[in-house]
Ligand binder design. Structure first.
Ligand code: MD3
Ligand code: FE
Length: 212
């Protein structure tokens, strides 16, 4: 049902090359969450350590041919889960088709991600501003899907000193970042206490990329 006040279905340009597709994942939200649970059974969520020695507040796992990790050595993509030595779980078809459809809607045709980082935020978890620079090429967009408790996202430009804007990312929102926005600095403010019927007190974010 559509009310005057909801914004689901709207398409908003956040910046050149950055497109917010409000509520785009709502039709498959339960399927995405069940799939996250299945991935996490094979490759559990864990809080990784940065090269600087800090434990991240966001818990992470991956699926697809490539998975993003950090440890004392570096930030990088690996074909295997360092926790188990086994390949990351395969990229689920529902992730692949959502990413491709969203990229097409944003003007990036033919996007085929090989990596999906799954972030799990509990109350207080945050991601400080950074660039996504560990991929082999920056010619492909990145698709992100938000599920559960809403978060405030911040994004700037290619320079750390560029001013940052804020946007609320709610359950079902999809953002596509490509072209001139591909190397924008971005982060997520500390998750506020909240509850969502499908995720409890958590927020999940899928980040679909072409890494290799
Ligand atoms: C802007 N994740 O995992 S997704 C990350 O909500 C990450 O968990 C955030 O940043 C999250 O690296 C934000 C939105 C996003 C993803 C990639 C981008 C924004 C981006 C790449 C370039 C510019
Ligand atoms: Fe990022």
């Amino acid at each position: 049902m559509q009310s005057l006040f909801d914004t689901d279905g709207e398409i908003e340009a956040l910046a050149p090359g950055a497109v917010l597709l409000r509520g785009r994942a709502l039709g498959v939200d339960a399927e995405l969450l069940a799939t996250i649970e299945a991935v996490a059974q094979a490759a559990p969520f864990r809080r990784m350590v940065t090269p600087g020695g800090f434990e991240m507040s966001v818990a992470m796992t991956n699926c697809g041919a490539a998975g993003w990790i950090t440890d004392r050595k570096s930030y990088r993509y690996t074909a295997a889960d360092p926790g188990s030595g086994k390949p990351w779980p395969a990229m689920p078809a529902v992730f692949l088709s959502l990413a491709r459809d969203a990229a097409t809607a944003a003007g990036f045709e033919g996007f085929v991600p090989d990596a999906c980082l799954i972030n799990r935020y509990e109350t207080g978890a945050r991601l400080s501003p950074h660039q996504d620079r560990d991929e082999a090429s920056y010619d492909h967009p990145i698709v992100s899907v938000s599920l559960g408790v809403p978060a405030t996202f911040q994004f700037g430009g290619p320079r750390r000193s560029d001013p940052m804007k804020k946007a609320a990312l709610r359950h079902g929102d999809v953002v596509v970042w490509g072209g001139p926005s591909r190397l924008a600095h971005h982060g997520v403010l500390a998750l506020k206490s909240g509850e969502h019927p499908l995720t409890g007190r958590c927020r999940f974010n899928l980040t679909l990329r072409k890494a290799f």
